[in-house]
Every structure is written in C-alpha cells, then in structure tokens.
Design a protein around this ligand. Structure first.
Ligand SMILES: Nc1ncnc2c1ncn2[C@@H]1O[C@H](COP(=O)(O)OP(=O)(O)OP(=O)(O)O)[C@@H](O)[C@H]1O
Length: 442
C-alpha cells in the first residue's frame, strides 16, 4: 500500500508492555485460606510502557523524549515487534503488527528498520562494510550478488562515505562514520519507517549535527518516516516535526515542535525544558528543577504519574481552600516528605510555612497534627534522649503519611488519569497534554 505524505503511517493505540520483575516472584507471596492451594505467588510487573497512543504521519519525524528509564526504548522495540506487546494495537499502513507473527512479520520487517545508539557494538567487527550493508538485503532475498553490491556502494555514497571503502572493516571508521554505515544498512531494504534509538548520543557534539543533517537529507530523498528517540532536547529540537514526551510509561504531552518548545503545557515538559543546561556561565544552577526520584515502574502512582514530583499538584476539593492556603500546605507537604528542614518548634514551623496562620477547618487540623508530630517542643521529644533519632524518623514518616493521605491522594491528580486536547498557540496542529490543570479549559 502506497501512502501519500501526510497520511497516517503508524497508529499506536493503548500500547502496553509489562516485564516480569526479577524480584517479583518472592516479593509478593499471597496467603488466602479459603483458596486451594492457600499460597499463591503474585508476580510483580515493570510497567515500562502503559497504555500509550499516538500517530505518526508519512514523511514526518516524531521525536520521543523523556528521562532515562521512562520507557522510550521499550516503546520503540515493541512497535518493531522486537518485544511482544502486553496489550494494544500497532497499526502500520492499516495492518496490526501486534497481531502478526512468523513469516508475515518477517516480511513486514523490511519496511520497518531500527538504528541504535551504539554503532560500535551493532556492527560485526569480522564483517566487511559491504557485507554488513548487504546482510538485510540477503535476508529479504533482494537482488542478486551484483545488484546488492551496487546498491551497497550507492548507499555508502548517499550516507556520506566513500564507496571505495566497501571492503574495509568497521574498526577503520570513526564513531560518526560507523553510524553512517548503520544508516546505509537500515536503508538497504528500502524501508518506509525507521525507529532511531538515541542514534547520535554516543557521538561528539560536533559530529552529531552532521549525522542529523544527513539523516534529514536521506529522509527527504527516500521519503522516510522517523520515530526519533532521544533524551537530549537539543537533538530533539533539531530533528523533530512533532514531539511526544514520555514519563514513567505514559505519554504526557504531544505537540508540534515549535508549540511544544514555545508553549509547553505539562509541568513535566516544563521542568524538562527548564533543566536544559544554559550556555551562559553566569546562569548556573538551572538544573535540578525536577526534584525527587522517578518512582518505581513496578508500582507507579495512580492518576497522573508525575503527581508525586509535580510542583503544580491540584488542591483536593474535599477542603475549602484559598489558593494561598493550598500553596503553603503543598510546600509544607513536600518539605516534610523530603525532610528538607531541621526540626524546630511548632510555632516556628507555623511561621515558616504558613506565615503564622494555619489553613482553616479540617485541612488546618491535619496540618496541625503533622506539625505536632514533628515539633521539637511536643511532649516526649526531649533533646538528648536516647533513641531520639529512631523516634524522629517514625515521626517524619507518620507526618508524611498523614499529609499525603489527607491531601495528595485526594487530589484529582491521584484519582483520575488526565488526557486533554488543548489549543495550540503556534500553528494549528493538535496539542495533547495529560494534565488536570486543563480541566477547566474544556
Ligand atoms: N527486559 C527487561 N526486563 C525487565 N525490565 C525492563 C526490561 N527492559 C527494560 N526494563 C525496565 O523498563 C523501564 C523502561 O526502560 P527503557 O529502557 O524502555 O527506558 P528508556 O526511557 O529507553 O531509558 P534509557 O534511555 O535509559 O534506555 C525501566 O524501568 C527498565 O528498567
């Protein structure tokens, strides 16, 4: 099936990939007396990609960005069916790759290729460059020996290498040149779609732009469509037409490149953009906007997965808040959770976090309980007591638990998974943002 530029080439819907966790077997042993056998072993799952949906148009480059471990590679590999999906569909030119197997899938693989980060290890050092490029053509029975050699040499030239190097071994080439060999190899079977997994991140910055430019030229010449995975926003900005941002197995924002960089809507995207190192030496410390650790993908947060690190967590409507009361409570909750302050007296805590006035009503009672647990002047916490550390540690945990259950867990961010279409400020492309801050814009 031949598609025109701009038609949907790939449509991923509800794509999910769970891995069995190594520790899972022993992590959850369930005992249920009224069942036989009464002991069952629950297996934990790493929810690497969880219910992801997006489309890629013929001829475009969709950049896929996110911190390490958020599931980008797993998503790329699952689309290529190098991994079996746990759930969801992968419609490529209208056919569902998720349903395919055996010979049918093998034949499809000539239309979809992948290039990886490390050109060093993906090229067999014992094979000459010509053989390397010809290998996929041989696997798909394309051309005869002469035809394959001619195509390999032509491709060497197209990717910016000397066709006379056909008989050389990979070690004779630099990192950038090796990635070009990889490109020639991927293109040898005339694919429509190439998944590029961090293809330039192992290269010197000066070489990166040259390889990216070649990839753009090849895209134009061969009508290629790219899914381009990278953690580096400047690379994503260079190559993408549209960008999808991933966090902990979910896609949290998708928009045209300019729209995403100039008008980011998701707090995670904003934090990522703000953490780009600033070249101005006076502007140090721009990093570190993303506080806290990425939670485990085995037991990710409910609702919005970013909520546990989100500076914009929405006030739970179970309480009657003013904006200021919620902002103060949220800041206090984060500080307690991260233990970012030294223990102090109750009145000092009230002054420092709440300007002396606790929130009104039930919310204020919860805050007062937490303050009471942590205050140095509460009953039973005498300075210098033996075991004070252990006691304090329990107090921090109890206070954190109390605040999180009363506030964070009752926020809409914890209760519902967000998905909103928002209006673009740049161009008329679609803009998806998985953040409940848009709930009133609808
Ligand atoms: N084969 C596997 N078995 C178990 N867990 C896995 C497996 N492969 C990946 N994971 C886990 O799935 C999650 C997503 O990993 P993935 O490699 O897709 O992320 P990524 O965004 O590509 O990160 P990076 O840029 O570091 O490669 C991680 O928590 C990872 O540890």
């Amino acid at each position: 099936m031949d598609l025109e530029q701009g038609e949907t080439l790939l449509e991923v819907d509800g794509l999910t990939k769970y891995f069995q966790s190594d520790s899972g077997l022993f992590a959850s042993i369930n005992v249920e007396r009224d069942r036989f056998p009464p002991v069952s072993f629950g297996v934990d799952h790493v929810k690497a990609v969880d219910d992801v949906s997006f489309e890629i148009e013929m001829g475009e480059t969709l950049g896929l960005v996110g911190e390490s471990g958020c599931g980008k590679s797993t998503l790329g590999r699952t689309i290529l069916r190098l991994l079996d999906p746990t759930d969801g569909t992968i419609r490529f030119k209208g056919e569902d790759l998720a349903e395919m197997s055996g010979e049918e899938l093998r034949r499809k693989r000539s239309e979809i290729q992948m290039i990886f980060q490390d050109p060093q290890s993906s090229l067999d050092p014992r094979m000459k460059v010509g053989q390397i490029i010809e290998e996929p053509m041989r696997a798909h029975d394309m051309f005869d020996d002469e035809g394959r050699e001619a195509r390999a040499k032509e491709l060497l030239e197209k990717v910016g290498l000397d066709p006379h190097h056909y008989n050389r071994y990979p070690h004779a080439f630099s990192g950038g040149q090796r990635q070009r060999i990889n490109l020639a190899r991927a293109l040898s079977v005339d694919p429509d779609f190439v998944v590029c997994d961090e293809p330039v991140s192992a290269l010197d910055v000066s070489i990166q732009a040259q390889v990216l430019n070649t990839m753009e030229e090849l895209q134009e010449e061969f009508g290629l469509t790219y899914l381009f995975i990278a953690h580096d926003l400047s690379v994503i900005r260079h190559i993408s037409d549209r960008v999808a941002v991933m966090y902990l197995g979910h896609v949290v924002e998708v928009a045209d490149k300019t729209e995403l960089f100039e008008n980011p809507q998701h707090p995670y995207t904003k934090a990522l953009l703000e953490s780009i190192p600033v070249p101005d030496p006076r502007e140090n410390g721009a990093r570190g906007v993303l506080e806290g650790e990425v939670p485990s993908p085995i037991d990710p947060p409910s609702g919005c997965r970013f909520r546990t690190r989100c500076p914009r967590l929405i006030a739970p409507d179970a309480y009657d808040w003013t904006d200021e009361e919620w902002a103060q409570t949220r800041a206090f909750m984060r500080a307690v959770k991260r233990r970012t302050f030294e223990p102090m007296r109750a009145a000092e805590m009230e002054a420092e976090f709440f300007g002396g006035d606790l929130p009104r009503g039930e919310a204020g009672n919860v805050v007062a309980e937490a303050i009471d647990l942590l205050a140095t002047d509460r009953e039973g916490t005498g300075n210098g007591d033996d075991g004070v550390d252990a006691h304090e540690s329990t107090a921090w945990e109890t206070a954190t638990e109390r605040l999180l259950t009363a506030f964070a867990e009752r926020s809409i961010c914890a209760r519902e998974r967000p998905a909103y279409e928002v209006e673009s400020a740049y161009g008329d492309g679609e803009h998806f943002s998985a953040c409940h801050l848009h709930r009133d814009d609808r």
